[in-house]
Every structure is written in structure tokens, then in C-alpha cells.
Design a protein around this ligand. Structure first.
Ligand SMILES: [Zn+2]
Length: 364
């Protein structure tokens, strides 16, 4: 069923919930938690409320505006059900300006808490991917040899069901899809066994048995690649037709991340998921963090590419991914510039601006 264009998209609702740390912006009660019905389910008691109402007669409705403006994230605030009801029923107690102030103060508070806590503990909750269908915010809480334990805070993509599906079908799953990627460490590993999880103190903890890290290669020894122009074509400028060593790394990153999963007929599981993520999280702060997961995957998980010897990762010189930033404020064009902060074998800390093909904005 088509969504009323004045209603928030699922993407916008998720972004509002994450920006509010899944707490009501007024009373700060947690709006998500474990379900009493099943140890595999969770409940959501939060709502993306409209600041200016979506329909005639609703609170703070403005007639002379567009459905796009009504469904824009700027017009939303994350609330518990009780406060969503108060706010909808009492526009006098909650004028638009007050709601905007409440939202901004709450988001600012979350940001301060995050920074403070990260400094205090030396770590922070960031994205973790387990297999291709599950991404959550969480933290590594224990490492003992090849056994890693991670805490799950909030699911962004998938849920306990997608994690369960990976566990159950682990032996039949494409080895290339058996992985864990950890943004806070900038690194990932292949999984040796099916993930298992348990619930402790109302938290989920996933136990992962990982393989040894994939070997990396000194970037100065990267083999020759065909050189491509800015337009992604073969050059006829009289220059060398190939590039190698560190000079070839930006192009390698660009072509690897811009090749979308499914584009190679013979290797349907090969390729990046950046266009999929861009469809879901374009122009949100979540997109660069998801792209970081993909760079980690391409750097740390060996690919089934018959052109390469076994055990080689696509970005074979990248040891660690420190940060990915989106440089253009709004992403409308298919090629969007990002800044990559990486740890490169044989080089050390290395920063490069590279445009990645993330696909065009799909008009709703
Ligand atoms: Zn509330």
C-alpha cells in the first residue's frame, strides 16, 4: 500500500528514533526493549510525531505547505506513546516552537552523553554487522582468542530473526556472507561457527567464533591495474596505461565500492551494498557509518574472486578503517565524494577523498 506523502517514511522514523537514542524526547523513557512474549522479539513504544500535523484538523497543521515538508525529518520528533498523544491533543501546551526546542535539546543531550561516555570508557557503541542481513548498534564486551562477545543495543537492519536465520543456515550459507564487521575497531573477521546469543540482564549478547585475520599486503607492492580516468574510462592522454603501488589504491577503493552486489553475473554475492544503504539512509548521518562497514568488509573478508589467489581481500592493503565522512551535504548525483581515513599496510595512517557511485536519489 502506498504511503500518504504527508506521513514519515520508515527511513525517517528510524532516523528519528536513532537520533533520539530510542528515548522519548520529553520524558526520556526508553521506547524500545525486550518483549515479554518471546526471547526473540522486542517492543517499540515510540512514535515519530508530526510537529506540524499531517492532515487538516490535526494539531499545528499548516495548510500552505507541501506533503514533502510535512514528511521531512525536520517536521518530526521522537516521543513515547503517552507524550505523542498529549502533543497531538494539546497544541496550546505544545506549540511548534516548543517542540522544536525539546527535540534539539534532547538530541544535543544525547550527543553530549555519547561523547562523554566514549571519553570515559575509551569506547563507544557503534555499528556491528553479523552476516549480510543484520546491522545493530552495540559494543564488543569480551575477546578471548577467537571468541568474541558483543552486546546488542538497537537493530538498524534486520533483527534477532535475521540473526537466527544465519545461525540455522550457517553451513549452507555462502562463506563470503559469514562475517562480523565492527566499526569501533575498524576491522572485521570471517566467522568460523554459527553465531549464538543469550539474554542477560535484559540485554542480548552475541557470541562469535572468528577466524584469523586475513593477510594484508604492503601498499607499495600492489600489482599493476589498468589506469582509469576521472570519467571511469581508459585514458588516451599519452600517460602510462597502468598504475601500481599506493597510487593504485584510490582507484581500487573507488571501483571496489562502486561495484554493486549482484552486478557480476558469475559472482552474485560479490560487490558492495552501498547503493542499498543509500536507498534506505541517504542524507542521514547513518550512511557514512554504514559505508564504513562496507569498507571494513572489503578490507577484511577474503573474496571468491577467481582472478585473485584464495584468501585475498578486495582492498588487500587496508588494515583498519578509522572513519568515513560524506563531503557533499546532500547526495543527489550518483557519484558522491567521501573522505576515507584508513590504516594502510606499509604506509600507516592515510587519508584520501574518493567519489563513490551510490546511485541516484529515487523519487518517492
Ligand atoms: Zn514521554
Amino acid at each position: 500500500m502506498a504511503r500518504d506523502p504527508s506521513d514519515f517514511s520508515e527511513t525517517t522514523k528510524r532516523a528519528l528514533a536513532f537520533r533520539a537514542n530510542h528515548q522519548c524526547s520529553i520524558c526520556r523513557i526508553p521506547t524500545s526493549g525486550p518483549s515479554d512474549v518471546s526471547p526473540r522479539k522486542y517492543v517499540n513504544l515510540g512514535e515519530a510525531a508530526h510537529i506540524h500535523g499531517a492532515r487538516p484538523g490535526s494539531a499545528r497543521y499548516i495548510e500552505e505547505t507541501t506533503p514533502e515538508a510535512r514528511s521531512d525529518i525536520e517536521n518530526g520528533i521522537w516521543l513515547c506513546r503517552t507524550h505523542a498523544k498529549y502533543v497531538d491533543n494539546d497544541p496550546v501546551a505544545y506549540p511548534a516552537g516548543a517542540l522544536r526546542k525539546i527535540k534539539a535539546d534532547h538530541e544535543e543531550g544525547i550527543k553530549r552523553e555519547q561523547v562523554g561516555r566514549a571519553k570515559e570508557a575509551g569506547l563507544s557503541s557503534d555499528f556491528i554487522a553479523v552476516g549480510p542481513n543484520t546491522v545493530f548498534s552495540g559494543e564488543v564486551i569480551g575477546v578471548s582468542g577467537q571468541d568474541w562477545r558483543v552486546r546488542v543495543d538497537h537493530f538498524l537492519i534486520g533483527d534477532l530473526n535475521t540473526l537466527g536465520a544465519l545461525s540455522e543456515a550457517f553451513d549452507r550459507t555462502d562463506p563470503y556472507d559469514r562475517f562480523v564487521l565492527i566499526n569501533a575497531q575498524g576491522d572485521g573477521r570471517e566467522l568460523e561457527a554459527a553465531p549464538v546469543w543469550e539474554k542477560t540482564d535484559s540485554q542480548y549478547v552475541v557470541s562469535l567464533r572468528v577466524k584469523q585475520g586475513a593477510p594484508r599486503m604492503n601498499a607499495h607492492q600492489l600489482p599493476a591495474d589498468l589506469r582509469l580516468t576521472e570519467d571511469h574510462d581508459l585514458p588516451n592522454d599519452g600517460g602510462s596505461p597502468t598504475i601500481s603501488g599506493l597510487a593504485s589504491l584510490p582507484q581500487k577503493i573507488k571501483t571496489t565500492l562502486s561495484l554493486q552486489r549482484g552486478e557480476l553475473f558469475r559472482h552474485p554475492s560479490f560487490g558492495s551494498r552501498i547503493a542499498e544503504y543509500a536507498d534506505l539512509f541517504r542524507d542521514t548521518p547513518l550512511l557514512p557509518r554504514l559505508i564504513r562497514l562496507e569498507v571494513i568488509r572489503m578490507a577484511s573478508i577474503p573474496c571468491p574472486d577467481p582472478l585473485n589467489p584464495p584468501g585475498i581481500t578486495p582492498l588487500r592493503s587496508v588494515l583498519r578503517v578509522y572513519r568515513v565522512e560524506q563531503l557533499a551535504a546532500r547526495a543527489k548525483e550518483p557519484w558522491v565524494p567521501f573522505r576515507f581515513h584508513l590504516d594502510v599496510a606499509g604506509v600507516g595512517e592515510w587519508t584520501c577523498d574518493i567519489s563513490i557511485h551510490i546511485g541516484r536519489c529515487r523519487e518517492a
